[in-house]
Design a protein around this ligand. Structure first.
Ligand code: ADP
Length: 265
């Protein structure tokens, strides 16, 4: 584990214009995928973007962006994010960059995790970022309460809730909705991920599971429905290879869906 920042003059998120949190009721529904694709799409739309991975026990963003071999460095202002591009339009911060070995597990009790999250919010040197996308752990745990406390002065814009079409995942999202209401976090909208299967041969989308749970829930809770992202093998491929989906499959329909989603934020 890299040494903690000793002296910092960072103003935390003071130079960040918008803060978006990505939440899901349970793991494996595509929260990190959505965080990564939203960040990439915002960058493609000309924004300067930060992607903060506070899923301490399951940091997957470094792998998704092929940044696993990178380390975080310190400057007098704090931790310098790892940049995806030379132009420094997408910077990433994750506990994955601080582990000595990428297979190391973070086995920490609550207070240590909470201290790390506070450092991630306060001690990263984000430079004039338009959007900071925060990928949170699944569920509504201590970590979420800590994030909300640490973010209080920065007034986050709100949360994007990710679910899959199956009812059980949707049930978990109900608890996320309650969490947002209790903590005063605005719900920007719900995304139904892995909603239908896009055939790699004919590009037709078939519904394997039920469809519409996310939209129904959004209507029920009177919050916006942002869209359905299909289960897309090309998206899996780009994530597995750590290559940008935008670069690999610029004509993808899924990419269009993601673009439509960010236009609503
Ligand atoms: P979470 O962050 O909720 O635990 P991930 O984003 O890590 O979930 O996604 C879990 C797995 O599902 C990953 O292997 C990812 O590549 C895959 N995945 C997520 N969304 C899609 C999608 N729309 N199409 C294809 N694969 C997806």
């Amino acid at each position: 584990m890299a040494a903690p920042v000793e002296q910092t003059h960072a103003s935390g998120l003071a130079s960040v214009k918008h803060v978006l949190l990505v939440l899901s009721g349970k793991g494996g529904v595509g929260k990190s995928t959505v965080s990564t694709q939203v960040a990439l799409a915002l960058r493609q739309a000309g924004k300067k973007v930060g992607l903060l991975d506070i899923d301490l026990c399951g940091p997957s963003i470094p792998k998704m962006l092929n940044l696993e071999s990178h380390e975080v460095h310190q400057c007098p202002e704090g931790w310098v994010p790892v940049y995806v591009d030379k132009e420094q339009r997408l910077g990433v911060m994750s506990i994955g960059f601080l582990l000595n070995n990428r297979d190391d597990a973070v086995v920490w009790r609550g207070p240590k995790k909470n201290a790390m999250i506070k450092q991630f919010i306060n001690d990263v040197f984000w430079q004039d970022v338009d959007y900071l996308v925060i990928d949170t752990p699944p569920g509504t745990s201590d970590e979420h309460i800590t994030v909300m406390e640490a973010l209080k002065e920065y007034k986050p814009d709100g949360a994007i809730l990710v679910t899959t079409p199956q009812a059980v995942a949707v049930g978990d999202v109900r608890r996320e909705l309650t969490f947002c209401k209790k903590t005063g976090l605005k719900i920007l909208g719900i995304i139904e991920n892995m909603s239908g299967y896009v055939c790699p041969h004919c590009s037709e989308c078939n519904n394997i599971f039920s469809k519409g749970g996310g939209e129904g829930l959004a209507q029920h809770a009177s919050v916006p429905f942002l869209g359905c992202i299909p289960f897309d093998p090309q998206l899996t491929q780009s994530l597995e290879e750590g290559k940008s989906f935008v670069d690999l499959f610029p004509q993808s329909q899924t990419l269009e869906v993601i673009r439509t989603i960010i236009e609503q934020l």
